[in-house]
Design a protein around this ligand. Structure first.
Ligand code: NDP
Length: 280
């Protein structure tokens, strides 16, 4: 039996309570795959030894979460294209005996976005400039989104993401100052909240957006998986927008990771149902 452990950070929940473990195991069981996915709490100080241990034990791969997504790169043998540009790894895959770092976060988001809209040639406003925003921005640009307007509380971090997009992608990237409630430009096709505002338990926190500037032609997406129906998405629904919740991103990054590890396509609906049971 091969193991597909989750190599996670020191703030991860215990295995029995970890939604990702539950989601991946549900997919394995449904397909009868002879793999197990376990959660290991690894502090940054122990990361190198943990990766050595994974090699020694012959793990076929593992996920990495905050705070290890960037640091883990030092201990890998190579990087996939988007992981190299993003500068972060959430999925490590063993190929020909080498550990290669991939980033399935942004691709998972794009997979769920494409169920609602063809991103090619579209205009995106992206709230946030952290790890999730970087992954989404790079994959969106690689998928043909033509304009990406980054909006971030810390303008230096926002400028960094804009520079990254300008250097590595063909997208027209710019920074919009975030002061007060953001008036979303009328030309926007896709609005993405990639900040951590609204994540459980802060479910009442409001993303500073002027909801009267939302138009029915817009797709409004939120990366927050818990709760799936965030305040922003409720406001967007009320404004007649097409909405996309954070479960889609979480499920699809899992589907992509499992395909990398096992070569098998699993049922996204089974994984989504398991998360819905957990998140209510
Ligand atoms: P980071 O800590 O790297 O980035 C957090 C971002 O949120 C920054 O841009 C930060 O702005 C912004 N932010 C936080 N609080 C506020 C606030 N009060 N007002 C304005 N901006 C704020 O985190 P990640 O990018 O890794 O994760 C972001 C969210 O994405 C998390 O909630 C995580 O759960 C979710 N996520 C979901 C995934 C999924 O599969 N659905 C996958 C990965 C992440 P600043 O730079 O100014 O501090």
């Amino acid at each position: 039996m091969d193991f597909l452990p989750g190599l996670t950070g020191s703030f991860a929940m215990k295995a029995a309570e970890n939604p990702t473990v539950e989601m991946i195991e549900a997919a394995y069981q449904q397909r009868g795959l002879p793999y197990r996915y376990i959660n290991c709490e690894v502090s940054p100080a122990q990361l190198e030894d943990a990766v050595k241990g994974a090699r020694a034990m012959g793990w076929v791969g593992f996920n990495c979460s905050i705070p290890n997504k960037v640091e883990v790169i030092r201990y890998l043998d190579g990087l996939g294209e988007s992981a190299r540009i993003i500068g972060a790894v959430n999925c490590v895959v063993r190929r020909d005996g080498q550990y290669i770092g991939e980033n399935t976060d942004g691709r998972g988001f794009l997979a769920s976005l494409k169920e609602k809209i063809d991103p090619a040639g579209k205009s995106m406003v992206l709230l946030g400039a952290g790890g999730a925003a970087r992954a989404i921005a790079v994959e969106a640009a690689l998928a043909g989104v033509s304009r990406i307007c980054v909006v971030n509380r810390d303008s230096g971090r926002g400028e960094g993401l804009v520079a990254l997009l300008q250097e590595h992608t063909a997208a027209d990237a710019s920074l919009l100052e975030w002061c007060g409630d953001l008036v979303v430009p009328a030309t926007t096709d896709i609005l993405v909240n990639a900040t951590s505002i609204g994540l459980h338990p802060d479910v009442k926190a409001r993303v500073p957006v002027d909801v009267s500037s939302l138009r029915p032609s817009m797709v409004v997406a939120d990366v927050i998986p818990n709760p799936p129906l965030t305040r922003l998405l409720r406001d967007a629904e009320a404004a007649g927008c097409t909405t996309l919740d954070g479960l889609g991103m979480l499920v699809n990054q899992g589907v992509l990771s499992i395909r990398y590890w096992t070569g098998t396509d699993v049922d996204a609906a089974v994984m989504r149902r398991r998360l819905q049971q957990l998140f209510g």
